[in-house]
Design a protein around this ligand. Structure first.
Ligand SMILES: N[C@@H](CCC(=O)N[C@@H](CS)C(=O)NCC(=O)O)C(=O)O
Length: 91
């Protein structure tokens, strides 16, 4: 059986691409969570816009959605509140 040798230049390009994907997926994972009002969330939105950081907004429209679901799911941070900023798995 012939053993094929993968050129190290190919492996370097391959792992560089993987690094880029991980880096970009971390950038994409910023989530600002807040009620559907400006309130305390808007100044954070201004900062995110100013820095150019890619982010998504998670808007809560019912107390059940926040208190009954997501707050419980994010309980690894005992201080989690609205607004929150989620970066990957960190809140
Ligand atoms: N100490 C927090 C208080 C945040 C707070 O009171 N958030 C309100 C909206 S402005 C809320 O509804 N929090 C949801 C919760 O208590 O889980 C802060 O200043 O950021």
């Amino acid at each position: 059986m012939a053993i094929k040798v993968v050129p190290s230049a190919f492996l370097k390009v391959f792992f560089d691409i993987i690094d880029q994907i991980i880096f970009l997926s971390n950038l994409m994972s910023l989530v600002l969570g807040y009620w559907g009002i400006r309130g305390r969330g808007n100044s954070i939105k201004y900062l995110l816009e100013y820095t150019g950081a890619p982010y998504e907004v998670k808007t809560y429209s019912s107390p059940e959605e926040w208190f009954g679901k997501d707050k419980v799911a994010m309980a690894s941070n005992p201080y989690v509140n609205l607004p929150y900023l989620k970066d990957g798995s960190e809140v």
